[in-house]
Design a protein around this ligand. Structure first.
Ligand code: URA
Length: 210
């Protein structure tokens, strides 16, 4: 069932995630940790970027050295919590193009509603990485990926911090071609659609709202 899921078990990722889960962790520290973790997750999710070589002249000789090939990749933040992952990723990949998908979750039905959509051009020629810290029901994520495919995206990955089994299953059913990278797969969703044990509402914790 989880063949399209990669859990990044690197000790630094796991240690930082544990600090983020603690309810006493302040907004400032939570945000900083998310930024740091996103650098490490970005490293994993971009592992399969296409490479070519270019000739460079070192102080000693000319060589064919590896370099990235093709169009700049596109990072798509699923608002609003996606922005917490986006900031760190842009530090690692400053030339990436950036898009935003605005979805809010109806707290009664848990279904996603679109309020904003702006993405880079030529999506079909880029690796597209959609980011949202919490893969909970998977409804918003699956809807966001639908929209990206409608806009032409073909090579899509989904990056999150925490995933629930329900969300992973939903994504696999809707988008089996989209690999998921996460720092942890938690136990379940509770009746309110929160990931358990989780870390609470990621948006509220990173932005200091309630
Ligand atoms: N969104 C969150 O921020 N937290 C959850 O646990 C589930 C969805």
């Amino acid at each position: 069932m989880y063949d399209h899921l990669t859990i990044v078990k690197h000790p630094l990722v796991q240690h930082k995630l544990t600090l983020m889960r603690e309810k006493t962790t302040s907004t400032a520290v939570f945000r900083q940790l998310l930024r740091e973790i996103s650098l490490l997750l970005a490293y994993e999710v971009t592992r399969e970027l296409e490479m070519t070589t270019k000739q460079v002249e070192t102080p000693l000789q000319v060589m064919d050295a590896p370099t990235l090939r093709g169009r700049k990749l596109a990072l798509i933040s699923i608002l609003r919590a996606g922005n917490g992952l986006l900031d760190g990723m842009l530090e690692l990949i400053p030339s990436a193009r950036v898009g935003f998908v605005g979805l809010y979750r109806d707290e009664q039905t848990l279904k996603p509603h679109k309020y904003y959509f702006k993405v880079p051009d030529q999506l079909g020629e880029r690796m597209v990485i959609a980011v949202d810290p919490m893969l909970a029901t998977g409804n918003s994520s699956a809807a966001a990926i639908d929209m990206l495919k409608e806009a032409g995206a073909k090579d899509i990955r989904f990056l999150c911090l925490l995933a629930a089994p329900e969300g992973v299953a939903r994504m696999k059913e809707a988008h089996p071609d989209v690999p998921i990278v996460t720092a942890a797969l938690d136990e379940k969703l509770n009746d309110l659609g929160y990931i358990v044990p989780g870390l609470g509402d990621a948006g509220d914790r990173m932005f200091g709202t309630k």
